[in-house]
Design a protein around this ligand. Structure first.
Ligand SMILES: Nc1nc2c(c(=O)[nH]1)N[C@H]1C(S)=C(S)[C@@H](COP(=O)(O)O)O[C@H]1N2
Ligand SMILES: [Mo]
Length: 333
């Protein structure tokens, strides 16, 4: 009998099972012809939602069609779907981790308008349908590292922001990209009340340098786990910048504006000594109130399970290092 030691790996059997269930489900859907048909499928997700609840009151997500480039698949254990969609930061719906799931289910995402303007030759307006049809969608499994020292591994679906920006044709003076979340206090209780919304001046705003925005890892996400985004994760479209702390990955984006000056960003306005513009994941630069050397990876087990791993420079995406070769990352945190 072969006796295997667990010591060489911190993968548990449960970690592997989550991913396997997801793969099997995808393969079955493929076999049934539901995936890969070439167009956005509009079947309500609950018809296929084999391990979620069928709760009628939940926001309806839809199956997406997308490719799965090998370079963005991963052997890492995925964070289970129910944790990705029920443990969130989205202060527009409340500051508690379970507030977005509890408060965002009636959020209206269609119609939606995303505009790209500012220092561009060719301003662009995308409708709700355009978000899913204008660019081919890809699945990308990325690590998400929150500045609060927890992390997830999430199978996003989306397209490179760089493709959209290229179509808009940035003018030579454009050096930064500013992003803005929908402002709609009627729908977002955190925008109605400073108490619910954590004292933020809404709309939530974020920004990147133009070269960061053009980097092939920078994603506009319209889905996760094979389906359109639920509102708590930033439906219908949100940014994902995997080498930066999660707060850079702004949700429910309505405007992308190219500028010549570094744009203001929500957490930097709120606490500039704690949150910088760059916010690159960096285990050697601690938050003033806690260490960033390690993180709690959310996989299976309870939400507070002790599953500590070492944080990696740039969250493990070292290919972005050349973007910062001339920058003191201690100063520009
Ligand atoms: N508009 C907006 N975007 C936001 C936030 C927010 O409060 N409002 N929270 C950020 C933070 S702190 C994190 S960690 C990620 C969380 O994304 P997720 O809930 O999809 O995992 O969203 C980011 N984007
Ligand atoms: Mo975060």
């Amino acid at each position: 009998m072969l006796i295997r030691s667990n010591k060489t790996s911190d993968l548990t059997e449960n970690d592997v099972t989550d991913e396997k269930v997801y793969r099997d489900r995808r393969n079955i859907l493929k076999g049934l012809g539901f995936i890969g048909a070439g167009s956005l499928l509009t079947q309500p997700a609950h018809a296929f939602n084999w391990f979620g609840s069928d709760d009628e009151d939940l926001f309806q997500t839809n199956e997406l069609t997308f490719s799965q480039p090998r370079a963005f698949q991963s052997d890492e254990a995925l964070t289970p779907e129910d944790k990705v969609t029920q443990y969130n930061n989205f202060y527009e719906f409340g500051t508690g981790k379970d507030d977005p799931y509890a408060n965002a289910q009636d959020f209206k995402v269609d119609p939606w308008t995303l505009t790209v303007d500012g220092l561009v030759e060719n301003p662009i307006t995308l409708s709700f349908d355009d978000l899913f049809k204008r660019y081919g969608l890809e699945e990308r499994i990325y690590r998400l590292r929150c500045v609060e020292a927890w992390s997830m591994v999430i199978p996003w679906i989306g397209f490179e922001l760089g493709k959209l920006l290229k179509d808009a044709k940035p003018l030579s003076g454009a050096r930064f990209v500013a992003f803005e979340t929908l402002f709609d206090p009627e729908q977002m209780p955190g925008q109605r009340s400073r108490f619910v919304g954590g004292g933020i001046d809404y709309p939530y705003v974020e920004g990147l340098r133009l070269d960061e925005a053009m980097h092939p890892l920078t994603l506009m996400s319209v889905g996760l786990y094979g389906k359109t985004l639920p509102p708590q994760n930033g439906a219908p479209i949100r940014l994902v910048v995997p080498w930066k702390y999660g707060f850079k990955s702004i949700k429910s984006v309505v405007r992308i504006k190219l500028t010549n000056l570094m744009p203001p960003t929500t957490w930097n306005i709120l606490a500039p000594h704690e949150y910088g513009f760059y916010a690159n994941v960096n285990p050697t630069v601690d938050h003033p109130r806690w260490s960033q050397a390690r993180e709690r990876r959310i996989t299976t087990g309870g939400l507070l399970a002790r599953n500590r791993i070492e944080t990696q420079m740039f969250n493990g995406y070292e290919e972005v290092a050349p973007l910062y070769k001339d920058l003191d990352l201690r100063k520009f945190y």
